[in-house]
Design a protein around this ligand. Structure first.
Ligand code: PLP
Length: 426
C-alpha cells in the first residue's frame, strides 16, 4: 500500500456529481462530513473480502463495510454464486417466489420473535411497516423511538435537523428517548398512558443494556399495552444469527432486520408475533413491487447458510475483541485520548479533549492519518468475517502511527491551553 495517494479521478468525477446527484450522496453517513475532503476517495471501484479499491486504484482495508451490510466480505463467493445462479433463472416475477417461503422458514428457525416475516428492500420501509402494524394493532398513536430508524416521516419528525416537508402535526406523536435511560421512557408513558402504540429501539447500539434495561422496557410496554419493536437493522445477523434479541435473551413483539441480511443486496424484513401480525393483516397496507425480488432473497439464503455452518458471528466477535483490546492498550500506552468503544461486532472510535468533551480535531487527524495509510474508517468500525489476522495487524500498525500524530496535536493543544490558563492567572 502506498503512502502518497492520488485521488484525482475521484475528485474529477465528484465535481460532476454535484450537477446531477441531488444532495451528492444516497446515504447521509456517506457524506463528506465523515469522509474528510481531500483525504478520502469519493468513489469506490471494487472490493474483495475486507479490502476496497478506489477509482484511482488505491487499496484500503475497510472497516466501514458498506455502512454495515457487508458482514461476510466483498465479493463473497458463496453469496455471489447463489446470486449468479438465480440470475440465470430470472430476477423477478409476478407471483410469490419459492425463495420467500424457504427463506422465511429459515428465519423462523433462528429469530425468536419471527413467527411470520414480510420482506422489503430497506430498513426504513421495514421500520415504517412495524410502526404501522403497532398503531393498527393497539389503535394508539404515540411512538417512542431510539437513535435512528431511517427516513420515513414518523421517525424524522423527531430529528433535530432537516424538517423540510414533515407535517408539523406529525411531530407530536414521536418521542425520542436515550438508550438505557428507562426513566425517560417512563415519563413519556405517564404523559400518554392511554395512547402509547409502540417503543422502537435498537436492542444494543454502542454500549450494551445496563441494569436490566431491556426487560424493564418490555415490562413497561406490556403494562401499558404498547408494542415493543427491536430495530435490528444493524445488529441482525452481525451480533448473532438470531439477532441481538437472541443474544440478550429478550424477545420483542416485532423486529426489523436489514443491512447485513443479504451481504450488500437490498433486503430487509419485518417479523414478529403471529397474534399481532394476524390481527391486523386485513387492516394494514404495505405491499411493494420488489418485496419478493429473487436475487436478494437468494443472497439472503446464502448468507444464512454461511452463518449456520461457519461460525461467522464468533469470528466477527473475535475480530472486534482483538481490535478493541489492542487499540485501547495502545492508546493508554501512548497517552492519547482515543478509545475504541462498543460491543465487538459494532465498535466506534471515541475522541475527547482534556475536559472530556468530544474532540472533533483529534477525530479528523486520526481519520486523515488512517486513510493516508490505507485504512478506511467511517463512524462505526464493523468487523467482517473475512478480515484476516494480517488485516488486523496491518490496521493496528496504522492506528499506532495515526495515534502518534494525534498525540503531537494533543500535546501542543494542551500546552497552549496551559499557557492560556497561566496567562489568565498572572
Ligand atoms: C438502526 C437503523 N435502522 C434503520 C435504518 C434505515 O435503513 P435504510 O437506510 O436501509 O433505510 C438504519 C440505517 O442506517 C439504521 O442504522
Amino acid at each position: 500500500m502506498q503512502d502518497e495517494r492520488s485521488l484525482k479521478k475521484s475528485q474529477t468525477l465528484f465535481a460532476d456529481a454535484g450537477d446531477c446527484i441531488y444532495s451528492l450522496v444516497q446515504l447521509y453517513d456517506a457524506g463528506s462530513g465523515d469522509h474528510i475532503s481531500g483525504f478520502y476517495p469519493r468513489f469506490i471501484e471494487s472490493g474483495k473480502n475486507a479490502h476496497i479499491w478506489d477509482l484511482d486504484g488505491n487499496e484500503y482495508i475497510d472497516f466501514d463495510m458498506g455502512l454495515g451490510p457487508i458482514i461476510l466480505g466483498y465479493c463473497y463467493e458463496a453469496v455471489d454464486r447463489a446470486v449468479a445462479e438465480q440470475l440465470s433463472r430470472g430476477m423477478h416475477f409476478s407471483l410469490v417466489s419459492p425463495q420467500e417461503v424457504e427463506y422465511a422458514q429459515m428465519l423462523q428457525k433462528h429469530i425468536p420473535c419471527a413467527d411470520k416475516v414480510r420482506f422489503f428492500k430497506t430498513g426504513s420501509s421495514a421500520c415504517e411497516a412495524a410502526i404501522r402494524t403497532a398503531r393498527a394493532y393497539t389503535g394508539k398513536k404515540h411512538v417512542i423511538r431510539g437513535e435512528f430508524h431511517g427516513w420515513h416521516e414518523w421517525t424524522v419528525a423527531a430529528e433535530g435537523i432537516r424538517q423540510g416537508g414533515i407535517l408539523p402535526e406529525v411531530r407530536q406523536y414521536t418521542h425520542r428517548c436515550d438508550y438505557n435511560a428507562l426513566d425517560q421512557f417512563v415519563e413519556i408513558f405517564e404523559r400518554y398512558p392511554d395512547d402509547m402504540a409502540a417503543v422502537i429501539i435498537e436492542p444494543v447500539i454502542i454500549e450494551g443494556p445496563k441494569d436490566n434495561f431491556l426487560r424493564d422496557l418490555q415490562d413497561l410496554c406490556r403494562s401499558y399495552g404498547a408494542v415493543l419493536v427491536f430495530d435490528e437493522v444493524v445488529t441482525g445477523f452481525r451480533f448473532d444469527i438470531g439477532g441481538a434479541q437472541k443474544l440478550l435473551g429478550v424477545t420483542p413483539d416485532l423486529a426489523v432486520f436489514g443491512k447485513g441480511a443479504a451481504n450488500g443486496l437490498p433486503l430487509s424484513f419485518v417479523c414478529g408475533k403471529k397474534e399481532i401480525l394476524d390481527a391486523v393483516e386485513k387492516d394494514v397496507y404495505f405491499f411493494t413491487t420488489f418485496g419478493g425480488e429473487r436475487l436478494s432473497l437468494s443472497a439472503g439464503m446464502a448468507v444464512l447458510a454461511e452463518l449456520e455452518t461457519k461460525n461467522v458471528t464468533r469470528k466477527i466477535w473475535d475480530t472486534g475483541l482483538e481490535l478493541r483490546t489492542n487499540v485501547n492498550e495502545m492508546a493508554q500506552r501512548l497517552g492519547v485520548r482515543i478509545a475504541l468503544v462498543g460491543m465487538a461486532p459494532r465498535l466506534m472510535f471515541s475522541f475527547w479533549d482534556r475536559k472530556g468533551r468530544f474532540d472533533n480535531e483529534l477525530k479528523n487527524i486520526f481519520m486523515q492519518e488512517c486513510i493516508k495509510r490505507g485504512v478506511f474508517l467511517g463512524w462505526t468500525v464493523f468487523p467482517c468475517f473475512t478480515h484476516t489476522k494480517e488485516d488486523i495487524a496491518a490496521a493496528l500498525t496504522v492506528f499506532e502511527e495515526a495515534m502518534k500524530k494525534c498525540l503531537s496535536h494533543q500535546n501542543a493543544k494542551d500546552s497552549a491551553a496551559a499557557w492560556l490558563t497561566f496567562g489568565r492567572n498572572l
